[in-house]
Each structure stands twice: as structure tokens, then as C-alpha cells.
Design a protein around this ligand. Structure first.
Ligand code: FES
Length: 332
């Protein structure tokens, strides 16, 4: 029997299994969400033995230095020893300070953190509720504000988003981990053209990237193509129209992908896929940065299309969200 160890206990594994899969098969209580190395909710600390190449892929240097690995990306090997990470090693406490329903599907949540986290707009934070369920969301405001604000879209069968939308109230305690991800506005882009494409729930983070650039006196042009099935998904429409009037270098285009809206009219609204619209409007060149935010399938497809259109891949920044229906699976 080949085994690895977690907190001193033997865990038998099969030859092709990841550490996470072996733990789940044995009914161990372990946190996870995406199983793709993105959300970082499955971190463990490696204390002895040799991990396989790739087990720390995508981890921030500060996490690698602490010998953290993503259990979902770590191939199990014999006799390796892991330790669970205590919430206080990764998370800071927070409390819901305000909550506002923005549309039929989107809620705004403001969190007051016990300790400040220094993130860039476009990076994401993991929110963990009382029972360990953890999901990733991007703050839409700057790290130096006292309250960290999120726009959370209620997903079909989304346990966490549904809880935030319907049940969590002001005063609710929550844990916050991060920052994670490296798709964000950098000062070196100042004179370049930014093309930001949002798919559905990516609008909050796309808005954050645009707002950050404009607040930092960005000199190049900034284009935002915001896609949503209906006006409810484009809940920042009015705010973005105002920004379009105030900032001469900013152009906003709302792209509806579902039914024709009854109330949204005018030149800023088209019936089109936001990425297709961006491709139509721009000849991609080396003076641009392309940001793709939102639903994982749309982001990955558009990234591939950008590459096929000759767009340099190092200039494509992606932030995708994976959602799964985990409601019927036993987990913590
Ligand atoms: S479950 Fe391992 S990184 Fe998301």
C-alpha cells in the first residue's frame, strides 16, 4: 500500500491520483472549489518529502516560500508529509458592513476587514463562510478604502452567491484570503490602449480595472465591452455611461447577448457578443493590453480566438470564474 501523510495520518492513494482526490475518496474533510489550481482553497503545507513538478504552479512567491501546494495540482507520491493550514495562517476575519441588492441577480456586499489586505483591482479574494464553503470574488474598489466592496452575481444553484444574496446579513462574520491572481492594471501600461472585455459576472472586476486605470491618470485609450444576457446583468450601465461622458479617453459599449432589452436604448447598446464586438472595432497591435474577465468558458474561448487573430498572448490577461453545482456533494 502506498501512502502519504496528512497531519500525521496515513492516506493510501492510487497511482494517478492527486492529493486532493485521494483525500476526498477517503472522506477527509478538505476544502476545495475549482480543482484546477485557480481558487487556492485547497492549500496544504508540505513538511517532508519531494513534491512533483507543477505542484506549486500559479502560487504567489510568498506562498511557495512557505512550502504551500495546491492539493488539487499535487500528484500524490509515497511518504510525502503534509500539514493542514490553519485558517489564521491564510485568512483574515471580516464582517459584512453593508449589503445592497443591485438587481434581480446582483448584490453589493461591503466587508470590513480586521487587517488590511493589499490587492490590486483585478486580483481576487477568497471568501469563506462559517461552514468552510469558499468562493472567489474580485473587489471592485481600491485596497486603500476602509470597506472592501464586491458585486456578487447570484448563480443558478450557486450555494455561496445564493447565501450572500438571500441570507447573509449585516454583521455576518466571514473569512477572507488573498490577494490572488495577476490580471490587473499596471503603471507600465499608462500610454497603451486597454481593451477590457467582460462576460456576465466579470463586469465588476472589469469595472475595477477601468476605474483603477482612469484614477491613475491613464494616458492611452480605454475601451470596455460589457456583455450580459439582459439589462439585469449590465447593472453598472448608468454608472459607465456617466464615466464615458467624463473621461474623454474612455469608451463604453454594452453588448446584449440574450433578448433585446426594452429599456436600454441608444448607441451604447448593441446586440452582440462583447469579444466579437471588440475584434470588429480594433486591429490588435503591440500597443494594447487585452483583459478578458468573467465566465471561464467565454474567457478561454476568447483567449484562443485572440491568439488565432495574431494577438500576442503575453498581452492577454484573463480572469475567469469557475462555477459548479456542488450542492449534492458531501463536502465542508
Ligand atoms: S481546488 Fe485546488 S486550487 Fe481550486
Amino acid at each position: 500500500m502506498t501512502v502519504f501523510y496528512l497531519d500525521g495520518q496515513e492516506v493510501e492513494f492510487k497511482p494517478t491520483e492527486t492529493v486532493l482526490d485521494a483525500l476526498i475518496r477517503h472522506g477527509q474533510q478538505v476544502n476545495y472549489s475549482c480543482k484546477k489550481g485557480v481558487c487556492k482553497t485547497c492549500l496544504l503545507e508540505q513538511v517532508e518529502g519531494q513534491i512533483k513538478l507543477g505542484s506549486q504552479r500559479g502560487l504567489a512567491p510568498r506562498l511557495k516560500q512557505r512550502n504551500y501546494v495546491c492539493a488539487c495540482q499535487c500528484q500524490a507520491t509515497a511518504d510525502i508529509k503534509f500539514k493542514s493550514i490553519l485558517p489564521q495562517d491564510l485568512f483574515v476575519g471580516a464582517v459584512i458592513q453593508h449589503k445592497k441588492i443591485l438587481s434581480d441577480t446582483v448584490v453589493s456586499i461591503g466587508l470590513k476587514l480586521e487587517n488590511k489586505l493589499f490587492y490590486e483591482q483585478g486580483q481576487y479574494l477568497n471568501l469563506r463562510r462559517f461552514d468552510g464553503l469558499t468562493r472567489s470574488y474580485c473587489p471592485i474598489n481600491a485596497a486603500n478604502d476602509d470597506i472592501v466592496e464586491f458585486h456578487v452575481k447570484r448563480k443558478y444553484n450557486g450555494q455561496f452567491s445564493d447565501w450572500l444574496y438571500h441570507h447573509a446579513g449585516v454583521g455576518e462574520q466571514i473569512l477572507v484570503q488573498g490577494p490572488l491572481g495577476n490580471s490587473y492594471y499596471k503603471a507600465e501600461y499608462q500610454d497603451q490602449t486597454l481593451i477590457v472585455v467582460a462576460f456576465g459576472s466579470g463586469l465588476g472586476v472589469a469595472y475595477g480595472i477601468v476605474a483603477h486605470a482612469l484614477q491613475n491618470n491613464h494616458q492611452g485609450e480605454v475601451f470596455l465591452y460589457a456583455g450580459g444576457r439582459d439589462e439585469g446583468e449590465l447593472y453598472l450601465h448608468t454608472q459607465l455611461l456617466k464615466m464615458n461622458l467624463i473621461h474623454r479617453q474612455f469608451t463604453y459599449q454594452a453588448c446584449i447577448t440574450g433578448h433585446k432589452p426594452s429599456v436600454m436604448k441608444g448607441s451604447r447598446v448593441v446586440m452582440a457578443d462583447p469579444f466579437v464586438q471588440a475584434v470588429k472595432a480594433h486591429r490588435f497591435d503591440r500597443q494594447q493590453q487585452l483583459f478578458l474577465c468573467g465566465d471561464a468558458m467565454a474567457v478561454n474561448h476568447s483567449r484562443e480566438q485572440a491568439f488565432l487573430n495574431g494577438y500576442p498572448i503575453e498581452r492577454v490577461h484573463t480572469l475567469s470564474f469557475e462555477y459548479k453545482d456542488l450542492r449534492n456533494r458531501a463536502r465542508r
